[in-house]
Design a protein around this ligand. Sequence first.
Ligand code: FES
Length: 356
Amino acid sequence: MSSPHDSVPAVSDHGGSVPATQEPIPDPGLHKHTWRPTDVDDRLAKRAERQIAAMFVLSMLCAVLFVVAYFTLEIGDSFDTVGYLGASTVALGLSLAGALLFIGVGVIQWARKLMSDVEISEPRHPAKSSDADRAATLQSLDLGAKDSGIGRRPLIRNTMLGAVGLLGLPALVVLRDLGPLPGDRLARTIWQPGMRLVRDVLGTPVKPSDMEVGDLINAAPEALFPTEENGYEEIEGVELNVEKAKGAIIIVRMEPGDIVSTQGDNWSVDGIVSFSKICTHVGCPISLYERTTHHVLCPCHQSTFDLADSAKVVFGPAARPLPQLPLAVNEDGYLIAQSDFTEPIGASYWEREKES
Ligand code: FES
């Protein structure tokens, strides 16, 4: 028998070619066929036939029962034995299930006992068309091109190609509606020199003495919590939400000796560092702080940042560290920002250079 391997040059264990007629793995061929009792005994075959027919008859009975139950049982009738289930529901469900089940059993028995079970094999043919088919196809294409006159009428051909090519332009132009590039909008936040760091939601300012080593506080710029005392102007609506999102930070306290590096000189206070809460991958809020390693994890795609080492990426798809907020302490002992972030916050899949 021919084998699909016949035409493939084989390679020996030692890297050399072996003759194409020699198969690397011998074809085991088909197992010896075992005849079923119904193949060799007419009496058994007849009995199987009757059993299978009985299944189909049972299916028919169930179908008829379904129709009878549908028209005779009222919704709300009940069988004592099935408790709260309505008689109609039970009868319809069981009769329909029986009709389907007996058809299935009958077909399976038919295939197992009576249908031919002789194994056959069919050699695979190459997927590519024959040379003759390919030649015929090329010929018809050629004929079609000649009939259309595309070669003889360059004006039509060229203008048509131009029209089809320019069809891509509208698709490109509407991409503009996806919105302006956010690079510059993310380059500045509401943080300013001297602005206090306040607890998210509560709006209360934070002192270094409020934090133990290992603590993490979700915080925000004080300007988002205007009061008469701090004198910040109220902002609302979309602008408020945008500034909230951009200004979100985390404050973490660790042993000062654990800090390996910061993104600028004197940006930490007594082991307290602060970073943007917005992941630099695609902008999820980071969370899940591990105090022993100083790693913080973004739950979206598991980017992990080492807060003790300038928030460098130690794992995951983020391509750059979390921007750091330079910290200081004011005369009242509260944590303040030395300045805005010195680079754009947020996701980094577009040009991120900050304009000076
Ligand atoms: S958004 Fe943080 S890892 Fe993807």
